[in-house]
Design a protein around this ligand. Sequence first.
Ligand code: AOF
Ligand code: ZN
Length: 367
Amino acid sequence: MATQAEADAMRRAIALAARALGSTSPNPVVGCVLLDARGRTAGEGWHRRAGGPHAEVAALRDAADAGHDVRGGTAVVTLEPCNHTGRTGPCAQALLAAGVARVVYAVADPNPTATGGAATLAAAGVDTEGGLLAEEAAAGNAAWLTSVLRGRPFVLWKYAATLDGRSAAADGTSRWITSAASRADVHRLRAEADAVVVGSGTLRADDPHLAVRGRDGVTQPLRVVVDTHATIKPGARVLDDAAPTLIAVGEDADTGHLPGTDTVRLPYGGAGLDVHALLAELHGRGVRSVLLEGGPSLAGSFVAAGAVDRVVGYLAPALLGAGPTALGDAGITTVAQTLRLEVTDVARLGPDLRITATPTASAPEEN
Ligand code: AOF
Ligand code: ZN
């Protein structure tokens, strides 16, 4: 049984891990707190970027720098310590060398090349315990866990709409339906994502920039435009150098007007490009989390493909009565096919409501 001090340390480790959301892909976010033999915090650390020290090693260095002894102490980690020599050495061995007597972790490592750290530690006589605050830790690492388990990036679909579900007025104007507070929150979502995806309709209507503003030291997401017929104009704001950009086009699209632009040709599927082919391409580029920003047709294609893992809706207390709805045709024709969601969070942002929800059962994947 984990102690109260260990549970507190795990909460702290989960918060430390979250500091690096959006910066560690293709690796997970991981936090670690070291307790000395008397249960006092001796060091803490988190994984900042792929290729850099793992959380456990960062925490061991922190303890050493402070002159704290962790011999006979406990390591509290959000992910099972790794067992492999990859870009860095195995954390299980580093913890053994430091003389830690007990290791408490939240989530077992599903990565086949790294798993096995708990067994190694236990075999060496270290008291190990898994599962402490596993749900909270897994929620914080949802993108990476989804990508390891499903072989594709985690997809968060974000939309902004009036209470009657409209994302623009009948004349196409949409600036601004939601408040400044909601729009600032979207920049946080972008900062936490590896890629931000929009369709060509949104590009034409809004000429969005899609880079993260107002956050220092952030890793800019890859901006992705799903542009089946390569209709993007060379002067589009998304093509500036504030962040990298990828244009996904159909196999036979004419891209002659886009010299020097990173383009990828994808097979057709559903109403446009094959969503799973797009996600496979992004996964191959190290993308582990996707923020899908619209518009309605592209979001409909993702829902139809069973490729939405979380929904964040910003709802303004306003009515339009006409105009495009947030979600287009998703191949759902009767109530029995409704994609049911479970609400996991409700927040107020200025005058708006932010609702976070996840599909209750996995929707049928279209391959
Ligand atoms: C991390 N940071 O704090 C922990 C990880 O690419 P490598 O060689 O650094 O290994 C990455 C794997 O190591 C990762 O997929 C996960 O299974 C394990 N643990 N990784 O990046 C960490 N503890
Ligand atoms: Zn490690």
